[in-house]
Design a protein around this ligand. Structure first.
Ligand code: HEM
Length: 457
């Protein structure tokens, strides 16, 4: 078996540029710097716009990022993804503790993988996100007269969390469960809120230096916070096991249960695929809403705000203008990254007119941030509206691509479109507060700054 140093040398000999220092772990210091600047790890490794791959260390492993469209297409090709490259993500050691049997961590090589994925697409796609979104907005949107400025981050978070929970489980999402907060205080929280809060804590802990270097350490309860999160994880998993077989057929959980059971999937898989869909949905969807509002509420984009506001409320879901604004916002402020994969056997990957020898155990993933950066930092939905069928499709991949791409895409885009259009109807004079430094930061799932708007002129 090749050492990581031999692997790296082989890639450098094949012309792949490495970033982040010569020795294993060295890149983690650079990553800490990126977190300080409120950037996600993958923003650092976007390449020069010419290369196919960028290499670095991830902890003590060799990581390759596909950074050109053709390299991404090569590694997500169904003949490669789930055949010679399989899922291997450190996330299974962090928030994966909540749902270890979820599809997110499952091998794409299993014979039943395609059916499992199809069930998720059907269960999430056949739900109307619109009513759940509107109900949550009706509960939480503030009375306009009371507010000169408003941080949208907590407002959007609570609306999306409740709307997704409603679509996922119906009333059962509000069942109170015991939850231990960061101070060690035991409280009673609605089940979906407790699940989301514990997910956020697990993910935050995973971003610390030690856990990035050795993600498996997250399974050992060294710290008080780890012990508290573990208590919650156990209680939540027990609660979710008790919820099985009880979700109404009108909910995503109910439909997934019917489909997965008919396919012969175990109760553990049904439980964990439901839980993973909830956490995957809330975090990314609320980030996409914030990103879209950030752009359409900027004074320079008033014409796009007006075009969205002019769309009839019944036509929002199908509106090309609304979709173009949402996708373009996700291009400029990409919510999350795709999950990592691992090369499972040495093989030659065809990229354009050359072959690249990939070595077993190399971590490898598409860097969608690199593709998105090629379009530049300016929000311009027109580029998505004007391309003809003959043009190369614009490279906007916030949901990933290929066999592992997001099964909740249709649900998510409906929810983002519904929220943004309803918000603009409710607050036609809303605009970004130019005095707020927080508004200048990029928006992604792990960022914690606010998005402050003025609701009145
Ligand atoms: C705007 C919102 C969303 C964005 C930007 C997003 C993005 C993504 C991305 C980038 C991936 C990884 C793809 C890959 O590794 O190739 C993913 C996977 C996944 N997403 Fe989403 N997602 C969103 C909403 C949702 C929703 C609403 C659901 C379910 C209700 C969902 C469920 C999942 C699941 C289960 C996976 C794992 C798929 C697999 O392992 O094969 N996501 N998503």
């Amino acid at each position: 078996m090749r050492s990581v140093f031999a692997m790296r040398s082989s890639y450098e000999e094949q012309g792949i540029h490495f970033m982040g220092g010569l020795l294993p772990l060295s890149s983690e210091r650079t990553v800490s710097g990126a977190f300080d600047l409120k950037l996600a790890r993958d923003h650092l490794f976007i390449g020069d716009g010419e290369s196919d791959f960028i290499g670095t260390w991830r902890g003590s492993r060799v990581q390759l990022y596909a950074v050109s469209r053709r390299a991404i297409d090569a590694i997500v090709n169904p003949k490669v993804a789930g055949v010679r490259i399989d899922r291997d993500t450190a996330a299974r050691h962090s928030f994966g503790q909540l749902s270890p049997d979820a599809i997110t961590f499952a091998s794409g090589r299993r014979a039943d993988f395609k059916e499992r994925k199809r069930n998720l697409v059907v269960a999430t796609g056949s739900t109307s996100a619109l009513e759940a979104t509107q109900r949550a907005m009706d509960r939480h949107l503030p009375a306009v007269d009371d507010l000169a400025g408003l941080d949208l981050r907590p407002l959007v978070t609570v609306c999306v969390r409740e709307a997704v929970a409603d679509a996922m489980w119906g009333e059962a999402a509000s069942t109170p469960v015991r939850y231990v907060d960061r101070d060690g205080q035991t409280r009673s929280l609605p089940f979906a809120e407790a699940l989301y809060e514990n997910f956020l804590r697990l993910r935050k802990f995973a971003n610390t230096y030690a856990m990035r270097v050795e993600p498996r350490l997250q399974h050992i309860a060294f710290t008080r916070e780890q012990r508290l999160m573990r208590l919650n994880t156990r209680a939540l998993r027990q609660h979710m096991s008790r919820m099985s077989n009880r979700s109404p057929d009108s909910t995503i959980a109910g439909r997934l249960e019917l489909l997965h059971r008919a396919s012969g999937f175990s109760p553990g898989i049904i439980r964990d695929d439901t839980a993973t869909s909830f956490v995957a949905a809330v975090d990314t969807t609320r980030t996409s809403i914030l990103a879209t509002l950030k752009h359409v509420l900027a004074p320079v984009n008033t014409s796009w705000k007006a075009r969205i506001a002019a769309v009839d409320s019944d036509a929002v879901d199908a509106s090309a203008v609304v979709r173009a604004c949402v996708m373009e916002a996700m291009r400029v402020d990409t919510p999350g990254s795709v999950f990592n994969g691992r090369v499972i056997e040495d093989f030659d990957l065809s990229v354009g007119d050359r072959e690249i020898r990939l070595h077993r155990n190399t971590l490898i993933m598409p860097n969608i941030h690199a593709i998105h950066a090629l379009g530049g930092p300016t929000f311009d939905p027109a580029r998505l509206l004007t391309h003809s069928a003959e043009d190369t499709a614009p490279s906007v991949l916030p949901f990933g691509k290929g066999p592992r791409s997001c099964p909740g895409r249709s649900f998510a885009t409906s929810m983002v479109a519904a929220f943004v259009a309803a918000f603009l109807r409710a607050y036609p004079n809303a605009h970004l507060d130019p005095t707020q430094p927080d508004n200048g930061y990029p928006i992604h799932t792990a960022s914690e700054h606010g998005l402050v708007v003025v609701l009145r002129t």
